[in-house]
Ligand binder design. Structure first.
Ligand code: SPM
Length: 350
């Protein structure tokens, strides 16, 4: 039951969450309330403060405070800030944490930590690529840190890996501070394009790719369009019949209304399978993140039963390290949803 003016997300979660338009209003207010000293007022007027990316609430810690997850903030103890600069698109920060290794932060939101990045990069890559036989041409949208490239490179069948990242600073900073992630760029099959992923996909010839992986940040800021219907239409056009897409699709604990919209849009656009999967990432808000997996009409794709299992592969292409997180069991488990999410997602996906 919804109180006046407040939507309770996911129909059953006993938590008040803002809808997208409310988030946008909050962001606009916060932008007006911020100042040039790196101090921003966030959290619906509660006036939590961040100074130079560090929490003014817990000195010496980084706190991830955003209107996208009001009323909560995951914090990491900071050993040292290694990099902080404003790119053309966003604030880019790298810090050495006490317990999660180096951390990459964009506009105050954690993108990866050395300790748990494997859970995200391996899942967003192997859920789609192990679901189709012999993937050859793969496109990564976003993913400028190179971690998804590193995982795609495990597939010997792949002969072309295109990546379109909007922010060159993410690429250069990742190469400097996260060599074990950015190692993906060393693969000779990789072609890096710096630019707008939406425009890149629109210009891609129809039916080019076997798989598209959308490794985006959250839908406020430079990645907003990557969650909208026209973008998914371009993805479907760029895929070959029976091709697959996997997109970052937020958290069932925090953003069920965003997930509902993504699932509905995808069901209309992709004429093959439409599935939602999820994984744990301790340093993302709520500790989980989801993926939308869809296929175009053509050869049927059964995401839950991979035809191309990578953990059984004798060699891992150009990969320099074994898989840390992904295996076949975790692949199957990723599609098991808690009841509250299942009730919302499955009717819209089927
Ligand atoms: N290659 C790693 C890039 C990470 N891209 C996804 C980042 C999402 C961060 N926010 C998570 C919020 C969950 N609701």
């Amino acid at each position: 039951m919804a109180e006046e003016g407040i939507i309770i997300s996911g129909s059953e979660l006993p938590i008040k969450r803002p809808r997208e338009e409310e988030l946008e209003e909050t962001m606009a207010e916060n932008n007006n309330g911020g100042n040039d000293n790196g101090v921003s007022l966030v959290n619906n007027g509660e006036e939590e403060q961040q100074v130079n990316g560090l929490s003014a609430v817990i000195p010496g810690w980084f706190s991830e405070i955003s209107p996208m997850w009001p009323g909560e903030a995951h914090s990491l103890k900071v050993e040292k800030i290694l990099f902080q600069e404003k790119s053309k698109y966003q604030n880019v920060m790298v810090f050495q944490s006490a317990t999660y290794g180096k951390v990459l932060v964009l506009d105050g939101v954690i993108q990866l930590t050395e300790r748990d990045e494997c859970a995200y990069q391996e899942m967003i890559t192997h859920l789609p690529l192990s679901s189709i036989p012999n993937p050859k041409k793969v496109l990564v949208i976003g993913g400028g840190d190179g971690g998804v490239l590193r995982e795609v490179a495990r597939y010997s069948s792949v002969d072309q890996i295109d990546i379109c990242e909007i922010d060159e600073m993410v690429v250069t900073v990742s190469k400097e501070f996260f060599p074990e992630v950015a190692v993906g760029y060393d693969d000779p099959r990789v072609n890096l394009h710096i630019g707008d992923g939406v425009a890149f996909l629109k210009a891609a010839p129809e039916g080019t790719y076997d798989a598209v992986i959308v490794d985006s940040s959250d839908p406020i800021g430079p990645a907003q369009e990557l969650f909208e219907k026209p973008f998914f239409e371009s993805v479907a056009k760029a895929l070959r019949p029976g091709g697959v897409v996997c997109t970052q699709a937020e958290s069932i604990w925090l953003h069920m209304h965003i997930i509902e919209d993504i699932v509905s849009n995808c069901r209309q656009i992709f004429k093959g399978s439409v599935n939602y999967a999820w994984t744990t990432v301790p340093t993302y808000p709520s500790g989980v993140i989801g993926f939308m997996l869809c296929s175009t009409s053509g050869p049927a794709v059964d995401f839950k039963n991979p035809v191309n299992p990578i953990d059984d592969a004798k060699d891992h292409g150009n990969a320099k390290r074994p898989l840390k997180f992904y295996n076949s069991e975790i692949h199957s488990a990723a599609f098991c949803l808690p009841s509250f999410a299942k009730r919302v997602i499955e009717p819209k996906a089927n």
